[in-house]
Design a protein around this ligand. Structure first.
Ligand SMILES: *Cc1c(COP(=O)(O)O)cnc(C)c1O
Length: 399
């Protein structure tokens, strides 16, 4: 069995490309060109050089000694938080802008929630001298002001979206509308393993550098190139897809992912679409989505803006359905506790999203020789206001 995308753009029953007629040619051209371009020597050389000299790759695989003692295993952290711009998103943004240039596109658009993908896209547009418009829900523009300022300083136009709940889903709708109006000259850089085929496959391949590096680094540190467990958080699914890419068909490796439980999956304040979603079509893809019986999207909630999306990409929907990956909900309070724990035990302040992966650790029972690799998808600078607001709720005696 393989868990990779099939000829028609599906992962089992998930995925596909449900796009309006006007985008058909654009998406079809992308589908036919992405693999030849991305597999070309020229693309690979340019991509690798930028990952090394601009992003700072390979990112370290850090043996977390005190955390290992606490959880009774050998815990390694894959440090995507040390990348330029502070998260894994830059790997994908660089790859997609190279693809856009090879396809002769002149203009870049993107959507963003917390602003991390917007900042990554604005960064590569500055680097490549391309005009850039980032769609962002008006509420997120208010909540994530430092990232808005960063994007503007980088030369991007930030377009506040006033429709719906004024968050990520609405920004994505608006970006798709723009794309429909300028299909010929515009490249839409999508920030996660979501959207119509071939986007989930493009993003997974670009992020697969994460697991390619893990293989080499584990071989050096452990004398074998695979772990017993791989762990990551999942919003749309890109850092998780990159973490597992080269291990997906290796059943020696167990995959455990954390999605945003919010205030709890049995409350209306959640974003755990794998647990409570049903099959529907969102942003061009057949996935599990939080919706009412008549197909209205239910607004998601999570303390972490990067996980606050009402669906999960098709790759992970399929892995969950086939039993290949375990996906557990992690609530706001558990993620906060995990963030302070990593900070106090290892001196690393993680992004709130990444804290949802760290909060899986107390839910596991490892053997003491188990090798566990957990991806820290980003750093916590952007989340300082939230951490400070909640610092008195943390149980320091439990750390
Ligand atoms: C955007 C983001 C995520 C969630 O996106 P995925 O596509 O699921 O990886 C996770 N961590 C960080 C730091 C992010 O910025």
């Amino acid at each position: 069995m393989t868990y990779q995308v099939d000829e028609d753009g599906f992962y089992g029953q998930f995925g596909g490309a449900y796009v309006p007629e006007i985008l058909y040619n654009t998406v079809e051209t992308l589908r036919q060109s992405y693999r030849p371009i991305m597999e070309s020597e020229e693309f690979q050389a340019e991509f690798r050089e930028l990952l090394r000299d601009y992003v700072g790759r390979p990112s370290p695989l850090y043996y977390a000694k005190r955390m290992s003692q606490k959880y009774g295993c050998k815990l390694y952290l894959k440090r995507e938080d040390l990348n330029h711009t502070g998260a894994h998103k830059i790997n994908n943004a660089i790859g997609q802008i190279l693809l856009a240039r090879k396809m002769g596109k002149k203009r870049i658009i993107a959507e963003t929630g917390a602003g991390q993908h917007g900042v990554a896209t604005a960064t590569v547009c500055a680097l490549m001298d391309m005009p850039c418009r980032v769609y962002m829900g008006a509420l997120d523009v208010e909540r994530q002001h430092p990232n808005v300022e960063r994007m503007r300083m980088l030369g991007a136009e930030v377009f506040p979206v006033e429709t719906g709940n004024k968050t990520l889903k609405d920004a994505t709708n608006e970006a798709i509308r723009d794309w429909c109006q300028h299909p010929a000259d515009t490249f839409y850089i999508i920030g996660s393993t979501v959207g119509p085929h071939p986007y989930p496959d493009i993003v997974a391949r670009l992020q697969s550098v994460i697991s390619a590096e893990i293989k080499v680094q584990l071989q050096q540190k452990e004398g074998r190139d695979y772990p017993d467990y791989l762990m990551a958080c999942v919003g749309g699914g890109s850092n998780a897809a990159g973490t597992i890419f080269h291990y997906i068909d290796d059943d020696r490796v167990r995959i455990v992912l954390g999605e945003a439980g919010g205030m709890g999956v049995d409350t209306p304040m959640t974003a755990a679409s794998i647990q409570i979603g049903t099959i529907g079509i969102l942003h061009g893809s057949r996935i599990k989505v939080m919706q009412t019986e008549d197909g209205q999207i239910i607004e998601p909630y999570s303390i972490s803006a990067g996980l606050d999306y009402p669906g999960t990409g098709p790759i992970h929907c399929n892995l969950y359905e086939k039993g290949r990956a375990q996906v557990l909900p992690v609530n706001d309070d558990e993620a906060l506790q995990a963030a302070f724990e990593l900070t106090r035990l290892e001196g690393i302040i993680p992004a709130l999203e990444s804290s949802h992966a760290l909060a899986l650790l107390p839910k596991m029972s490892f053997g003491k020789d188990d090798v566990v690799v957990l991806t820290v998808s980003g750093r916590g600078d952007k989340d300082m206001a939230t951490y400070l607001k909640h610092k008195d709720e943390i149980r320091y005696d439990a750390i």
